[in-house]
Every structure is written in structure tokens, then in C-alpha cells.
Write a protein that binds this ligand. Structure first.
Ligand code: SAM
Length: 178
């Protein structure tokens, strides 16, 4: 009896951990590795100097794929269980960092060059504003790679299957956001 109640609470905690994030962003659905590999070869080839950020990094697979090439790979993830898994799986790659943080509230690294977002249409306006804000704050272009929903009313600079690449420029004061 006591045993089954422990399992009930474990199950409840896991459902809560994975469930509550839907109020803040996309639920956990990992990008398949073969699609990621193809996107980083056909859509955007990562460079040595790149600092890649995954907004909602899940188990950290995007970070691990990028880490052997880029300078740094930083993930923001709201689910503590996924942060733990990501840190465990990435422990041998020194240039990976997984932050237990809500990315909407986070200041991205000043040297960020590439942002990966497994995006859902509900959040696309917010995501656009966030990346435009970060490009303005850092004063340089940010390459935004979306998987799933693309930015409203804006043609991607490149696309490959469900991936889209947008070069987001720092906005001039007074210019219109999307
Ligand atoms: C669709 S999954 C993508 C995981 C990973 N990027 C990939 O492509 O395999 C979205 C992830 O974002 C996380 N997430 C959702 N909202 C978030 C937020 N506001 N801040 C940080 N992480 C968030 C979820 O917990 C989930 O792990």
C-alpha cells in the first residue's frame, strides 16, 4: 500500500514537471538527431567562433551536436529533470552549459551568435520580440534557427524542411518590430 502511494507521488511529480512548462513554452518533444545533423549541414554550418543558445534545451542534444564545432553552447531549460539529464549526458563536453532558467526572463550571453528554437506558433511573436531585443542589446546580428513554426510575416533568409534561418539585425531606434 505504502509502496503504491510512493509510486503515485513519483508519477504525479513527473507529470507536473513536464506539464507545467506548457504555460511558459513548448512541451518536451526532442528534435530528431538526423534532422538536426541535416539542418546544421544544409541550412547553417556552425563556425568555430559561434556561441549557440538553445531556448528550451530539453535533454541537451542540440548543445552536444554543436559543441565539438562551436566556442560555447548554452541551453536554457525550465524542467529540472531535463536539466539534470542534459548535464549528465553533456558532462564530458567542457564548453556546454545548461541553465535551469526560464528563457523569456533570461539575458542571453552577450556573445551569442546563433539561437535554436523548437518553436510553437502560440509563442512566435514573443520569440521574435525576444530575439530582436537581444540583437539590439548585444548590438550584433543573431542567426535564429526555428524548427516548427516560423516567424509571422517574415520571409526566412534560408529554409530547409521544417527548419528556417532568420538573420535578426539590431533594430534602429524608432524602426518597426514584426
Ligand atoms: C520542443 S522541446 C525542444 C527540446 C530541444 N531543444 C530539442 O530540440 O530537442 C522544448 C523544451 O523547452 C522547454 N521549455 C518550455 N518553455 C520554456 C521556458 N520558458 N524556459 C526554458 N525552457 C522551456 C521544455 O521543457 C522543453 O524541454
Amino acid at each position: 500500500m505504502a509502496n503504491s502511494s510512493v509510486w503515485f507521488w513519483v508519477f504525479f511529480a513527473v507529470v507536473m514537471l513536464f506539464g507545467f512548462v506548457v504555460f511558459r513554452g513548448a512541451p518536451y518533444v526532442p528534435t530528431q538527431r538526423k534532422y538536426l545533423t541535416a539542418a546544421f549541414s544544409k541550412l547553417y554550418q556552425l563556425k568555430q567562433g559561434d556561441v549557440l543558445v538553445d531556448v528550451g534545451s530539453g535533454d541537451g542534444r542540440v548543445l552536444r551536436l554543436a559543441a565539438p564545432i562551436v566556442k560555447r553552447a548554452v541551453g536554457y531549460e525550465l524542467n529540472p529533470a531535463l536539466v539534470l539529464i542534459s548535464r549528465l549526458l553533456s558532462r564530458k563536453q567542457q564548453n556546454i552549459e545548461t541553465r535551469l532558467t526560464d528563457f523569456w526572463l533570461a539575458k542571453l550571453p552577450d556573445d551569442v551568435t546563433v539561437v535554436y528554437a523548437f518553436s510553437v506558433s502560440r509563442d512566435i511573436k514573443k520569440l521574435t520580440r525576444k530575439i530582436e531585443h537581444e540583437a539590439g542589446r548585444t548590438g550584433h546580428d543573431i542567426k535564429l534557427i526555428t524548427y516548427g513554426a516560423g516567424l509571422d510575416g517574415r520571409q526566412p533568409d534560408e529554409s530547409y524542411q521544417a527548419f528556417k534561418l532568420y538573420i535578426v539585425h539590431p533594430l534602429q531606434p524608432g524602426s518597426e518590430s514584426l
